[in-house]
Ligand binder design. Structure first.
Ligand SMILES: NC(=O)C1=CN([C@@H]2O[C@H](COP(=O)(O)OP(=O)(O)OC[C@H]3O[C@@H](n4cnc5c(N)ncnc54)[C@H](O)[C@@H]3O)[C@@H](O)[C@H]2O)[C@@H](O)CC1
Ligand SMILES: Nc1ncnc2c1ncn2[C@@H]1O[C@H](COP(=O)(O)OP(=O)(O)O)[C@@H](O)[C@H]1O
Length: 328
């Protein structure tokens, strides 16, 4: 039984989650908390061309509930993170394989994968670039686009992560892999994966899985959640959050101000932080979408053309606090 059970829509239908219901999901950090008891959020993110997404997602995770953030990323993103947020521990992509990523009641953990990984369209171009680079001399393994972003690599991350996992950006192309879908199907309860496609990524997933890509958002989100055994957060002017069992929760609190590059990376890190704190995947998705929407509104106040993703990132803590005050 969870707080959202009170409003759970029947299979195949949907309901809007009001901010008051989301406010009930905000955790109160206990007075005797320590950094590990608040959870470790690990991010396997960023690529040569998109180090910024690694910075935005990792900083977003650091601004919410979890107590410890570790970013496995490229050398450029590591340098940027050291400068912008030295409390975040940084490692290279390759060292993800050297560590166990296990959940536990006293040390919850979650892994966010794919922010800043190139999409398949962009990756085709990068692979052509890589073949040219290889002809002139082999680049370092951690900087090869295909090394971190391939379906095989995503499958290895899933195998090594016995904890909640969120897949975003270029990692969503791995939904086309039968091996990846088989690994996702084994995940249940707290380890059910969360995926965060925008409408373009959802159309690509639908095509790869031979689903009807012309469905309206609620039906498309439900179809993807069921076909991939994940909680699908389909991102657009609303966020449509579907469970593998076929219910859809709608967060319609967003604003056009969020239509700006990088805001999706902020959402991924925010939800990752809530997952790492120990919040169940559906609740983390709903609460994360509400906090993100509220941060977008706060950051956009009085701005004719809206905020940047960095502005939204900066407002996350106050947005979460605004929810907390609703219930007190
Ligand atoms: N500073 C950074 O490093 C940034 C990195 N980003 C990351 O970079 C990677 C690649 O991003 P790209 O922008 O190249 O790839 P996208 O997958 O976002 O865009 C590729 C194509 O998808 C379609 N599309 C995109 N958004 C859509 C929407 N909301 N509705 C319908 N169709 C849509 C468009 O046709 C677009 O040309 C992703 O991992 C993304 O998370 C972005 O978040 C932007 C900022
Ligand atoms: N018109 C809009 N109204 C409300 N929210 C929006 C609108 N456009 C985009 N968003 C939100 O902004 C975010 C954009 O994410 P995404 O497309 O993945 O961007 P990026 O990949 O650049 O980070 C999503 O959370 C989405 O719901």
């Amino acid at each position: 039984m969870t707080l959202l059970d009170d409003i759970r829509p029947a299979r195949g239908s949907s309901c809007v989650v009001p901010p008051e219901a989301a406010a009930d999901l905000v955790p109160r950090i206990p007075a005797d908390a320590h950094k590990y008891s608040r959870g470790v959020c690990e991010l396997y993110v960023g690529s040569k061309d998109y180090p910024g997404a690694a910075v935005l997602s990792s900083c977003a995770a650091n601004k919410l509930a979890c107590g410890y953030v570790i970013a496995y990323t490229t050398s450029r993103a590591r340098a940027a993170l050291r400068a912008q947020s030295p409390s975040i521990v940084v490692r290279d992509h390759a060292s993800f394989a050297e560590v166990r990523h296990e959940d536990g009641p006293r040390r919850p953990r979650a892994v966010v994968v794919g922010c800043g990984f190139p999409s398949s369209t962009a990756r085709d171009g990068l692979l052509r670039e890589l073949s040219r680079a290889c002809a002139q001399g082999v680049p370092s393994v951690s900087e090869r686009p295909a090394a971190a972003c391939s379906p095989e690599s995503i499958a290895r991350v899933l195998e090594r992560s016995d904890c909640p996992v969120l897949l975003d950006g270029g990692a969503l192309d791995a939904m086309g892999s039968g091996d990846v879908r088989a690994l996702l199907e084994k995940r249940t309860g707290r380890t059910t994966a969360v995926i965060t496609p925008h409408l373009g990524e959802a159309a690509r997933i639908a095509q790869a899985m031979r689903l009807d890509g012309d469905l309206a958002p609620v039906a498309l989100s439900q179809a993807i959640a069921e076909a991939t055994s994940t909680i699908c957060m389909l991102k657009g002017s609303d966020v449509w959050i579907s469970t593998p069992e076929g219910s859809t929760y709608i967060v319609d609190a967003g604003t056009w101000a969020l239509a700006k590059a990088g805001t999706g990376d902020v959402l991924a890190g925010a939800v990752g932080s809530l997952l790492a704190y120990g919040i169940m995947p559906l609740e983390a998705a709903v609460l994360g979408a509400h906090i993100h929407a509220c941060a977008g509104r706060m950051a956009g106040e009085g701005l004719a053309f809206g905020p940047t993703a960095e502005d939204v990132l900066d407002r996350l803590p106050q947005a979460a606090g605004r929810f907390m005050r609703r219930t007190s």
